[in-house]
Structures are given as C-alpha cells and as structure tokens.
Ligand binder design. Structure first.
Ligand code: MTE
Ligand code: MOS
Length: 798
C-alpha cells in the first residue's frame, strides 16, 4: 500500500515539463545526503501502550480545583437576573465566578475584534455560551452544581442559519472579500453555454479524541503556569495575560502533545486556559478545566457550513470561460478566525482550474450559533467542493467524462496560469497527477464497467470519480509565516530540540528529530524533543495551515547550522584541518583523516569554551497578500494530489459503501513517507466523513442536538475503503527551497474526500441515464441520498 509509484510524465510537445524542472532544481538546503526515512512516530509506542501523557494525565498538583462552565440555554437573549445561590450551596463548591470576577479584560477575540467576551455579560449570543464557572474540589460536584443556576432571560430573535442571516440582512463578522480577474459579466454573456446553481455544504465537528483541556498553576508574584491542549501556545499565553491583566512574561504555556486538534484548538483552546487561569487566580490553587464531550461540542465552534451560488460560462468542449461565485458562510456569534477561513475558501474556489474571467465574493455571516473556527483545510475544502460541483455540472451538460473536463481546465505553465488573486501558478502538475492516477487505477475501464453493471442492478448503484487537489501553502496573514527553535547539545553529545510548533498526532516532532539526526549524524536515541513552551521559544505562530514542518523545520535547521559552524571552526583549529574536510556522518564526525565521535568532539569543544546551544529563526520568502486589492502571492507554493473513489449506494436505504480508493499525493521530497501516508489516509477519511456522514443538527431553539457520538456519526474503522491504495508522488522535490525540498502534507489530503462525494453523485446519475447532474448537497447522508434519488426520479424522463 505504501509503495510509491514512479511518475512518468507525458506532456504535449512544446510544453514545459514542470516535474523535470523540479527535479533539476538546485538543492542548497540538503547538507548531508540520505533519503528521507520512515522513522516511526516518536510517541508511537506510548500512544499504543497508553503511557503518552495528555493534559488530564499530568500528575495533579496538591490542592487542585476543578472548573466547569455554566452555559446559556438561549440562543440570543438579555440576561435579566442570575441567581447562583443554589450552585454555591452544593458541597465541595469553592466559588462561582462570573465576568465580574475577571481581574483583567473579559475579552478573548483572537483577531482583535473585541467581540468575544470570555464570560457573557448582560447578553448571550448562542446556546452554549459560557456565563459563569463553578470552581469545586471535585469535577462531578461542579458539573452537578452548574445545572442549578436560576437565570431569567429576555429572549431576542435568534438567527441560526445562512438563509435566516441573509433574509434578516444579518451583520458580517468580517469584511467581505472580492477577488476578480477579467470581466466576468462579459465573459458569461459571450459564453456559448451557461448554467447556474447552488450547493449547500455542511459543517463538521472536530471530534479530537482528547477534548479541550487546561491546567493553570499560580506561582510567586503573579506568575501563572499553564498547561494547555493548544495548537497556539503563544496566543494562549497572551490571552491568559490579557484576561489576568498581567504582562506576558508572567505567563508560561506548555504543551507536550494534543490528542488531536484539527484546527479546533487553534484559538478555542484559549477559553479553557483562560477560565482555568481565572479560577487559579481567584483561589490561589491550581485549577483544571477539562470539558465534558457534550459541553465541548455545545460550546466550541466547528467547520463553517456554506451555501455557494455559481454562474458559469463554458463551451461544448467543456472549456470554462467565466465563473462567478458567491460563497456565504455561517460564522457564528463572533469573528474568531472566520475572516481568514472564508478568505481561504475563495482562494480555493478555483481548485486546480484556470478561469479566464472570474469573480468570487464572500459573505461571512453572523449567526447565533457557536463561533465557527479553523478546521483542517481552513475553508479551502469548501471552496474546492464548489469548484468540483461546477466541473460536474459542465460534464453532465456536455456529456463529457468529468475527468476530461478537469484535464481541459487545469492551470497551464507559462500560459493560463494566473489565479483569481493574481498569483502565477508556477508548478501546475494537477493534469499529470490525474492522468497518472487514472492509468494506475484503470479509471476509464472501470467507469465503463460500472455503468454497464448499473444497467442490470435495480438497487445497488456504483459510481466512480477522480478529483484533484491544489492547495496553497502558507498563512495568508503573511506575518504568521515565521518560526523559532532552540537546540541544545549537552556535553555527553546528546541533543535536545525545542521549537515553536505543537504536536497533535501529525508527526511534527518526529520530523524535527529527523532533521537533528540527519544534520548531526546521530541516532534517534541521542535526540530528545521536548514539550513546546513559550519559555523556550517565544512569539510563535499557531501550528496550523499545514506549515508546521515547513516553518519550524527551517528554524531547527538554522539553530543546528549555527552550532555546527561553531563546532566545525573549533575542530578545524583543534585538529589543524580545513573546514571543508569536516563532515558529520552516522559513523561520527570525519575531521580530515580522523574519525572523532560526536560526544568527543562536543566535549573537546566545551573545554575550549565553545557555545553548544543556539536558537534558530525562519521566515518564508517571496510571499505577500493585499486583501484590499485582492492581489498578491499569498502562497509560497502549492501541494497537489488526486484521488479516485469507487462507491456503491443502496437505493433502498441510501447507505454508501466506499469500495475502493486510490490516491496519488505530492509531498515533495517527503520528510517521512510513513507519516505522510498516515496523514493522507487520515485526511482522506476525515474528508470523506465530513462529506458523507457527519451531520450537525440544531433544534429550533438553537441548541445543537448532535452533541455526542450517539447522535453525531464519525467514520469508524469499518467505514474505511475496502481497497485503499495511497502513493506518494516520487522524485518530485519541491521547486521552492523548503526543508529538504519537502511539501506540507497536513491539510491537502483532506480534500481527497471530494472524490467520494462525486462518486456518489455519479452513482445517483445512473437514475437519469447520466443526463442530469444530481446536484448532491453535503453531507450526503443516507437521508440526503434518498431525497436526491427521489427528486431525480420525479424529474421528467430524458
Ligand atoms: N493529524 C493529526 N493526527 N491530528 C491533528 O490534529 N491536524 C491537521 C493536520 N493533521 C491534525 C493532523 C491540521 S488542521 C493541520 S493545520 C496540520 O496537521 C498541522 O500540523 P503540520 O503543520 O505540522 O502539518
Ligand atoms: Mo489547521 S485547520 O490550519 O489547524
């Protein structure tokens, strides 16, 4: 399964061979040789044995108190009175705190909007908003007590859905973005063919295995030490400082690992951290907040659901001529990261395709629901789902295979290469990847066979689809594209690596260890990665946008290079050889003719008073973005891939089975093929779950009804494809000088789930002899599939 395939690139004569040019690119970054290796995850053994320490496993400090939130039971209301006497009266309750007990600022907006009070003041804006916290000796007592609050509300009209928000002319949580190139109105008017439509795209609960959790311990003179399951320790540090009204130098935030984040702990981990710190401050005791799963799901934001309206002009050969899209999203009650998330949906509403005339507009709508937030792909997948629906529409309208429509519209190289945000695509390989994958998995033959089989199968219908992904890598907020590291070499030759990124299962720490192993010529047991802490590497960015390894890897390399330079210059002097004759090899350090062990070299350097520790820094070159003009180069490069999915749907029950999936993915020169393939497999399953089975339902009062695994269905092991072939694009180093020419791999494979959605749609299209686009919304749950089948059957015969 993990076997990589050779990429044979066949291109029409005259076109530039972009993969060849990538292979030929100079590689100044690689210092020592050796291919990337599949070192196992640094915590793999502890993950399976249960020894890995997550937040709730940290030995509890003496006198620990437990913190549980009291949540709003109205979606939009004025708080008329708040009677907490019964809560306070419960044995074991130490105190009950409201916004009035916050010593500093009752404000945790991560984007400076001042629209997110930590605890509600006189208003509540969604069902589940924290109003107070119970601080108790015992977590169960606190949970029971929290339910005893007597709150009277004056209910106000609540806006829950995108449709309601549009109808009410609801406020936007962020400036709308417009991207345009060419003249879309003229383009649409002059196009030989034209169609329009809309797609509804559902949201998604993160369902990290470890819920939101934090532990705060007060120290001397206002110090606060916080352990937080956070993707963004620096922001958590700043928020705690802000809420306590203290300088950041009194607050230290530490995180060894998360049991999954998926974007859900990029900003929203700040809330439990701040609430635990407020409780610790009030009691002078260590305080822990570990959210119950239901509270977690009711309180925290999710993937944004979207309604996308599209208008497209094309010709009979399936060439796209003009695209006009409006992307409306449910953002929830506060801005959080909705602005950049919706922007990223626009950045990906072209997926891998060139649109000659184009206009994208966003509507980031404010609603009385959880504040939707980052989630793997950060809006990108929603944009891509819309782009692929447009492809599908054109395919059904022209009678072409959707794969041919895709191949005819991918970005070119040197021509047809400008994105709607005026960035030139320099490395378009989507066509090559799709063509290669189609050959590898026999797409065309299987498609014919499935269509034939469907003719004789009244209830089980099969479908197949092959979809690409092109995903932009970098934070679109340019200043986030920086990272720091701190590397120590001890006198016994062992190495400690610290960096600003966080580990959430994605294998970032393993990759960082590999960089140190490779650069110093050491084995795994000589390199120790430590917990991420703001005390060691300050002012870091969130581990997000898939750029954890890109950014921190280069910072780690920078730190190591500084130490190596010192060691080399010392050794050259000490052993009287030229600096060029010193190499760090797995056998030891080659100093001219002499082989010196790394510990011996380090010890000698120490006695000569050479510093064996260094920080490192990195900032991504070339990038810029101006949201006002809608122009720039927001991405350092793109990651590519393609997936082919075959499904069987049951027309009696609406159930789907994923029969076979083949994925070919571009991780550049992979830092760790095993980990990258794991990311691709996991990303695909999570993407397929989003599009086919995970459904969020709110009742009329705005309460999330699906707030536990009993009502919210995520993919299980048995839902994985029966045949699942994942390959990395081989011999395809990044053309940009990323860490060892690798590519980011965390989010792009999530998009491969789109192939499943389109395969279901293909199966449904059999009902109308493949003449009508089924216009399948997401999630394509059994109910949705049955509804769509019914709608199709009712359409007049074609
Ligand atoms: N993989 C695991 N196992 N757990 C996670 O929480 N988060 C994803 C992805 N893969 C996640 C994961 C998300 S949303 C991002 S942005 C990246 O990992 C972040 O890590 P990276 O930048 O190191 O790839
Ligand atoms: Mo990932 S959504 O960028 O944390």
């Amino acid at each position: 399964m993990a076997e990589a395939v050779k990429m044979q690139v066949k291109l029409a004569s005259g076109e530039q061979d972009t993969l060849e040019s990538r292979r030929a690119a100079p590689n100044p970054v690689i210092v020592t040789g050796g291919a990337s290796t599949s070192l196992k995850h640094e915590s793999a053994r502890m993950h399976v044995s249960g020894e890995a320490t997550y937040l709730d496993d940290i030995p509890e400090p003496r006198g620990l108190v437990h913190v549980v939130p009291g949540l709003s039971t109205k979606a939009h209301a004025r708080i008329l009175s708040l009677d907490l006497d019964a809560v306070r009266a419960v044995p074991g309750v130490i105190c009950v705190l409201t916004h009035k007990d916050i010593p500093g600022h009752n404000q945790v907006s991560p984007v400076g909007k001042n629209d997110e009070p930590l605890l509600a003041e006189d208003m509540v804006f969604y069902y589940g908003q924290p109003i107070f916290i119970v601080v108790a000796e015992d977590r169960h007592q606190a949970r029971k007590a929290a339910r005893l609050a007597k709150i009277t509300y004056e209910e106000l009209p609540a806006i829950l859905t995108i449709a309601q928000a549009r109808e009410a002319g609801s406020a936007l949580v962020w400036r709308p973005l417009e991207m345009k190139r060419g003249d879309v109105d003229t383009g649409l008017m002059n196009a030989p063919r034209r169609l329009s439509g809309r797609i509804t795209i559902g949201g998604q609960e993160h369902f990290y295995l470890e819920g939101q959790a934090a532990l705060a311990q007060p120290g001397e003179e206002g110090e606060m030490r916080v352990w937080s399951s956070t993707q963004h320790p620096t922001e958590t540090q700043h928020m705690v400082a802000h809420v306590l009204d203290r300088p950041s130098n009194l607050v230290t935030v530490e995180i060894r690992r998360m049991g999954g984040g998926f974007g859900g702990k990029e900003t929203q981990a700040n809330i439990p951290a701040c609430l635990a710190a407020v409780a610790a401050n009030a009691t002078g005791r260590a305080a822990k907040m570990r959210l119950d799963r239901d509270d977690d799901m009711i309180m925290t934001g999710k993937r944004h659901d979207f309604v996308v309206e599209y208008d497209v002009g094309f010709d009979d050969a399936g060439h796209i001529l003009a695209v006009d899209m409006v992307l409306a999203a449910r953002c929830g009650w506060s801005a959080d990261l909705s602005g950049p998330v919706i922007d990223r949906a626009l950045f990906h509403a072209d997926n891998a395709y060139f649109y000659p005339d184009v206009r994208f507009r966003s509507e980031p709508l404010k609603t009385n629901t959880q504040s939707n937030t980052a989630y793997r792909g950060f809006g990108g997948p929603q944009g891509i789902v819309a782009a692929e629906r447009v492809i599908e529409e054109i395919a059904f309208a022209t009678g072409l295979d959707p794969l041919d429509v895709r191949l005819r519209n991918t970005y070119g190289t040197g021509t047809r290469d400008l994105t709607p945000y005026h960035m030139t695509v320099e490395d378009s390989i989507a066509s090559e990847i799709m063509t290669q994958l189609a050959e590898n998995c026999d797409y065309r033959t299987r498609r014919e066979a499935l269509r034939e089989a469907n003719r004789h199968s009244p209830y089980i219908r099969r479908g197949i689809a092959l979809t690409p992904v092109k995903f932009g890598i970098s934070f679109t907020a340019t200043h986030y594209n920086q990272a720091g590291a701190l590397v120590h070499v001890y006198t016994d030759g062992s190495v400690q690596v610290n960096h600003g990124g966080t580990e959430m299962g994605q294998g970032l720490h393993t990759k960082m260890v590999q960089i140190a192993m490779r650069e110093f010529g050491l084995t795994e047991d000589r390199v120790r990665i430590t917990a991420t802490t703001t005390g060691k590497v300050p002012n870091t960015s969130a581990t997000a946008a898939s750029s954890g390894a890109d950014l921190n890897g280069m910072a780690v390399l920078d730190a190591i290079s500084k130490i190596k330079h010192r060691l080399i210059s010392f050794a050259a002097d000490h052993w009287q050889v030229s600096e060029q004759d010193i190499q760090f090899e797995p056998e030891g350090v080659q100093v001219g003719e002499t082989l010196v062990s790394f510990p011996d070299l380090v010890k000698a350097a120490y006695f000569a008073r050479v510093s064996l520790s260094s920080n490192g820094f990195y900032k991504t070159p070339k990038i810029s973005w101006n949201a006002e003009t809608g122009r720039g180069r927001p991405f350092y490069y793109f990651a590519y891939g393609a997936a082919c999915a075959e499904v069987a749907i049951d027309l009696l029950t609406g159930e789907t089975r994923i029969e076979r999936v083949d994925i070919l993915h571009d991780a550049g020169q992979s830092l760790n093929p095993a980990i990258d393939i794991g990311q691709i497999e996991g990303g695909f399953i999570q993407g397929a779950g989003w599009l086919t089975m995970e459904e969020l339902v709110w009742d009329k009062a705005g309460k999330l009804s699906t707030h536990a695994p009993s009502t919210y269905k995520i993919p299980a092991c048995s839902d994985r494809p029966h045949i699942f072939n994942v390959s990395l694009l081989e011999a395809a180093p990044n053309r940009e000088a990323t860490i060892f020419r690798s590519k980011a791999v965390g989010e792009p494979p999530f998009v491969h789930g789109v192939a499943v959605l389109q395969a279901i749609s293909d199966a449904l299209a059999s009902l109308k002899n493949y003449k009508i686009c089924p216009q399948l919304d997401t999630p394509a749950t059994p109910e949705c599939i049955l509804r769509t089948a019914e709608r199709l059957r009712a359409l007049s015969e074609v």
